[in-house]
Design a protein around this ligand. Structure first.
Ligand SMILES: Cc1cc2nc3c(=O)[nH]c(=O)nc-3n(C[C@H](O)[C@H](O)[C@H](O)COP(=O)(O)OP(=O)(O)OC[C@H]3O[C@@H](n4cnc5c(N)ncnc54)[C@H](O)[C@@H]3O)c2cc1C
Length: 317
């Protein structure tokens, strides 16, 4: 078990954590960023980003995230590959333990752990996961080239997944719970213009069937009855579940598990800030995640400097 001390610790290196790292390091507080998977976060599950300002021709998702990382590193942010297992309050501020066996003592913590896609709510999910049930079109579309597939979900990521799949699959059926798709109109228009895409509104997944791999998706229709799709794969792009387990007992979450904070990203716990998709908000995108990260780092910087000032007998602000 090793120990490290830092002024600002950032948990999660998606867009929110990366922006927090940039702003914290530019305020001359060298932050440590802990990331359990890949630096870049959920953005890495898509290929191309067309709606992040400053890139008139769009930019490859991994390239955008790599640029954000290099920009933060240029000012001194340190990225560590490790999973945070627990977060507690201590005399120093916060104690964080990781799967890699390090205990961090931090003056301030920014939680930017994002949200994860909800699993397909059918009892066969674990049986067919990796055998036709997929959560990433970019990763798995090539396996289903020339075959019919379904997308379950009606939001922005469902539409994006369908657009990726429609390039190579013979048919893409998008099944969604409401009457209309809840995505950017420009993307919905692009999808509706494709001849190999069909839509089933008012539909919820009921069962997945097949001999050892996905062959059919049964849908329950809100209008009554069922519809069966003959498909080789089901791509799941439903709602998201916030990854805020670490915060249990520290801050309150809403019914869906999102942390409710004001725009300042402050919580009721001094020195603890929440940034990105783990926060309750109406638009979950890169542009809102980076905004949160910047605000959180600015608040955290003020907080740690003010604490140090108080200890030295000269409070700042
Ligand atoms: C298919 C798809 C396409 C999308 N396309 C777009 C798009 O075109 N434009 C757009 O603006 N947005 C898009 N989004 C949304 C965008 O990806 C998210 O809004 C954004 O990534 C949120 O950033 P975040 O930093 O809050 O969280 P995330 O990107 O989810 O990052 C959180 C990070 O925290 C890490 N983490 C979690 N728990 C721990 C822990 N205990 N210890 C250490 N690390 C941890 C995770 O591994 C992850 O890397 C898309 C999303 C999907 C799924």
């Amino acid at each position: 078990m090793s120990e490290r001390t830092t002024d600002i610790l950032i948990i999660g290196a998606g867009p929110a954590g990366l922006a927090a790292a940039l702003y914290a390091s530019r305020s001359l507080v060298k932050p440590i960023v802990l990331e359990r998977m890949s630096v870049g976060g959920l953005v890495l599950s898509t290929e191309w980003i067309d709606n992040y300002p400053g890139f008139p021709d769009g930019i490859a998702a991994p390239e955008l995230m790599d640029r954000m990382r290099r920009q933060a590193e240029r000012f001194g942010a340190e990225f560590v590959s490790d999973e945070v297992l627990s977060l507690n309050r201590t005399d120093m501020g916060f104690g964080v333990t990781t799967a890699g066996g390090t205990v961090y003592q931090a003056g301030s913590v920014i939680v930017a752990t994002g949200a994860m896609p909800r699993v397909l709510p059918v009892k066969e999910e674990s049986k067919y996961r990796g055998r036709g049930i997929s959560y990433c079109a970019t990763c798995d579309a090539a396996f289903f080239k020339g075959k019919p597939v379904a997308v379950v979900g009606g939001g922005g990521s469902a539409v994006e997944e369908a657009l990726v799949l429609a390039r190579g699959c013979s048919k893409v059926v998008v099944a969604f719970p409401l009457d209309s798709l809840q995505a950017e109109p420009i993307l919905v228009e692009q999808l509706r213009a494709l001849s190999n895409v069909e839509f089933v509104p008012g539909a919820a997944p009921a069962a997945v069937e097949g001999e050892g791999k996905v062959e059919r998706l049964r849908l329950r229709l809100s209008a009554g009855g069922e519809k069966t799709l003959e498909v080789a794969a089901v791509f799941v792009a439903m709602e998201f579940v916030p990854t805020g387990d670490l915060l249990k007992g520290l801050v309150e979450v809403d019914a869906q598990g999102y942390v409710v904070t004001p725009e300042s990203t402050e919580t009721g716990v001094p020195g603890l800030y929440i940034a990105g998709d783990v926060r309750r908000k109406s638009l979950k995108q890169i542009v809102t995640a980076v905004a949160d990260g910047a605000v959180a780092a600015q608040r955290a910087g003020i907080y740690v400097r003010s604490r140090k000032g108080k200890k030295n007998g000269s409070p700042e602000n």
